[in-house]
Design a protein around this ligand. Structure first.
Ligand code: 3H9
Length: 700
């Protein structure tokens, strides 16, 4: 038997224990170990077999690192057949999370018991896959087709209690000693001569499914899937559970799984899964770095951003004090928070008593002396360096030694802010994305002098409040906003060259962006970019640059807030509508600038908007602003709604081929000038050597 799976006989019960930290993933040795253990148990005096796991969780799925490599025997389906055909009942004992292949193992067992805190689920869709070891065939047989469809297409786990109601778990064992409880349960089953309950023996009556059910489901998934194929294949696999006998259904599921596991979509989503976990790790931080305790937080500024950040902390039970300049601003800030929570309660996503608990954790003050006992301060006032420096000087005086002083700035120089204090080692950037209580990304900005334990603490706190953290060094706009500049620039240039706003946005939305850049500009307010540009002295003097954004602001079309920007908006529904007036304005501007408008393909729109992101990303890597290419992908997927199924801009570039990207950038350089289209040295080097960003990242 392998050392990750053990088997012992405890009285008349055989116990198989899986011990493959951290999450008991089904690596080859685990599969082989379970197979051997079940086989051995057939020959001994056991009357029932308990399958349980050591550590923090039941099996959390297939070993994702094995996908994309040649298959290794035994495959999971083979192991499950051995479990299902056992002559003695096999009982899965679940704690933590039984996910994906892990839950499929449990479903192949004859009985399932779980502690109340456990969760079960089939999250494969989040990796661009479908459950490939019977999940799509067994869940509908037990829980019904509709419930199976919801569970497998959402990928969301469900609590053990709910799973029990759905028939997916047979018995809830208190939260104390799962294994002892499972052994007792197994003994009871053996004594009572309980049958070998095999889910495969249940059949679904096709007449119970309303005609057209699967076609409708497929259409609904297509609407939500933004071009992803996995949800569609899941519907097909579940349909097979209804129309085909079990073995044929399993075969169909297997074929579909094989198609998905080799798809670029799944490769991209798997890349993001690991990138997200990697991003939280700071390369040069000693492993034994101690973090500081964060028991109370202060937020400076009660605007939309400050309020959202305060909610992040209150949501995890950390008291927050909000600081504003006067009572009026303070009560406005606290009022917005209260309104946001009330909406969440009205939507049924939060219990009213929980809302009150959270609101009770947020207090307000107009006095900096209230900050003497806080462990972390996050400044979230508007983007003005002098103002921020003034605030940090006050924080330096008022906060206790060791308090972490963070700025939520999106652009300003964190080192210049730190220089306003006598403790630059305690100063760090914590760049949240709006709305801060919803958006997953937290860009952690490392100043020149930021201490290691400050970084370790901020990464830990970020995880605690449910954020995905990525580290950036200081530069204008850090990773995300710095890269965005070229994306927005080209979206506007394309208008002058002949596109309509709808054409630019739709092409990028078809690519998978949640919202095109021009519609996004309208949502954020076109005056935001306008003001930021006015404040910059380093922008090239080119009348074409951000021309349409400027023209629209100057005639009062600021975006959604004025009912019109690149589009006009239905006052009732806020639906965007193309506006012939804007199209005329664009043509007039192009004429004034001597630009001959032409027909532009979707392909050119994608390349012109995305390749500047990639090129700037390469510069960010060569300057050491980002730690790794995959961190940039994390920033874009979680902060800028870049489609996860494309893996982020750097992964996407690797897929397109860096040589192709490089050649195209050179072509644009010839057409539109050196100023905007100079390939990054790193891109040039990698394109020349035939390497990918991923390979460079792994070696650097
Ligand atoms: C599947 O099962 C397909 C089958 O249907 C068909 C097969 C034929 N594999 O997230 P954490 C690593 S598809 C390999 O920070 P947490 C992770 O990278 C799979 N590695 O912990 C990290 O490594 P590191 C379906 C994995 O407590 C470490 O474990 N299952 C896997 O916050 C800790 O992870 C899923 O999609 C894996 N499956 O959350 C579940 N899972 O320390 C994926 C984790 O080096 N996993 N690692 O950075 C999860 O959702 C979370 O890890 C879990 C724990 C909720 C379990």
């Amino acid at each position: 038997m392998s050392n990750v799976v053990s088997y012992e006989l405890n009285g008349n019960i055989g116990i198989i224990r899986v011990n493959n930290p951290p999450v008991n993933a089904l690596a080859r040795v685990v599969r082989q170990g379970i197979l051997d253990a079940v086989t051995e148990a057939q020959k001994d005096a056991s009357e029932a077999i308990v399958l349980c796991c050591e550590g923090r969780t039941f099996i959390a799925g297939a070993d994702i690192t094995e996908f994309g490599k040649p298959p290794m025997e035994p495959g999971l389906p083979e192991v499950l057949t051995v479990i299902e055909n056992s002559s003695k009942p096999v009982i899965a004992a679940i704690h933590g999370t039984a996910l994906g292949g892990g839950f499929e193992v449990a479903l192949a067992c004859h009985y399932r018991c779980a502690v109340a805190s456990a969760q079960v689920g089939l999250p494969e869709v989040k990796l661009g896959l479908l459950p490939g070891a019977g999940g799509t065939q067994r869940v509908p047989r037990v829980a019904g087709v509709k419930a199976a469809l919801d569970m497998i297409t959402s990928g969301n786990p469900i609590a053990a209690g709910k799973a029990c109601e759905m028939g997916l778990v047979d018995e809830i064992i208190g939260d104390t000693d799962l294994v002892a409880g499972a052994i007792q349960y197994a003994k009871d089953l053996a004594e009572s001569g309980a049958p070998l309950k095999r889910i495969r023996d249940i059949s679904i009556d096709p007449a119970s499914i309303e005609p057209g059910f699967f076609d409708k489901a497929r259409k609904e998934q297509a609407k939500r899937a933004r071009g992803q194929i996995a949800p569609d294949r899941i519907v097909t696999a579940i349909e097979a559970a209804v129309t085909l006998p079990m073995d044929k259904g399993l075969e169909r599921e297997r074929e579909l799984f094989k198609e998905l596991v080799t798809s670029p979509e799944s490769a991209a989503l798997r890349h993001i899964f690991f990138a997200e976990r990697q991003a939280a790790k700071i390369k040069d931080l000693p492993a034994d770095t101690q973090s500081r305790a964060i028991n109370k937080v202060a937020i400076i500024g009660g605007g939309t951003m400050g309020g959202g950040i305060a909610m992040c902390f209150a949501n995890v039970g950390i008291p927050v004090v909000m600081v504003e300049i006067n009572d009026e601003a303070l009560s406005r800030g606290l009022g917005i928070i209260s309104k946001n929570y009330t909406i969440t309660v009205q939507k049924g996503k939060l219990a009213a008593d929980k809302m009150q608990e959270r609101l009770d954790l947020i207090t307000g003050t107009t006095n900096y002396s209230a900050l003497a006992d806080v462990d972390l301060v996050i400044e979230a006032v508007f983007e003005n360096l002098e103002l921020k420096q003034e605030i940090f000087a006050k924080l330096d005086k008022g906060c206790k030694p060791g308090a972490i002083l963070a700025t939520n700035t999106s652009y300003q120089d964190v080192d210049a802010i730190a220089a306003a204090t006598n403790r630059p080692q305690d100063v760090v950037g914590m760049h949240f994305f709006s709305p801060a209580n919803v958006m997953k990304l937290l860009e952690v900005v490392r100043g020149e002098k930021t201490a290691d334990d400050v970084l370790a603490t901020v990464m830990q706190v970020g995880k605690k409040i449910g954020k995905i953290c990525a580290l950036s060094r200081v530069c204008y706009g850090f990773i995300g906003n710095r890269m965005l500049s070229g994306y927005g620039r080209e979206a506007q240039m394309l208008l002058l060259d002949g596109c309509t706003p709808e054409q630019v946005d739709s092409a990028l939305e078809r690519f998978g962006m949640a919202m095109g850049p021009l519609a996004m500009g309208d949502l954020a307010g076109l005056d935001v970019g306008y003001k930021a540009r006015q404040a910059r002295t380093d922008l090239p003097d080119n009348p074409k640059l951000f021309r349409m954004g400027t023209v629209l602001v100057e005639i009062g079309r600021l975006g959604q807030k004025t009912g019109a920007g690149y589009y006009k908006y239905d006052p009732a529904t806020r639906a965007r509508m193309s506006d012939p007036e804007v199209e005329k304005l664009i043509q007039d501007e192009a004429r004034k600038l001597g630009i001959e408008q032409r027909k532009i393909t979707d392909e050119e729109i994608i390349e012109r908007c995305l390749y500047p992101l990639i090129n700037e990303g390469a510069k960010i890597l060569e300057e050491g602003i980002a730690q790794r290419p995959s961190d940039i992908d994390v920033v874009y997927v979680y902060g800028y709604a870049f489609p996860a199924a494309k893996g982020g801009p750097m992964h996407y570039a690797d897929q397109v081929g860096l040589k192709n990207v490089y050649n195209k950038i050179n072509e644009f350089r010839g057409r539109y000038g050196e100023q905007y289209w100079k390939p990054a040295a790193l891109l040039e080097k990698l394109a020349g050597s035939g390497k990918t960003f991923a390979e460079w990242g792994a070696g650097s």
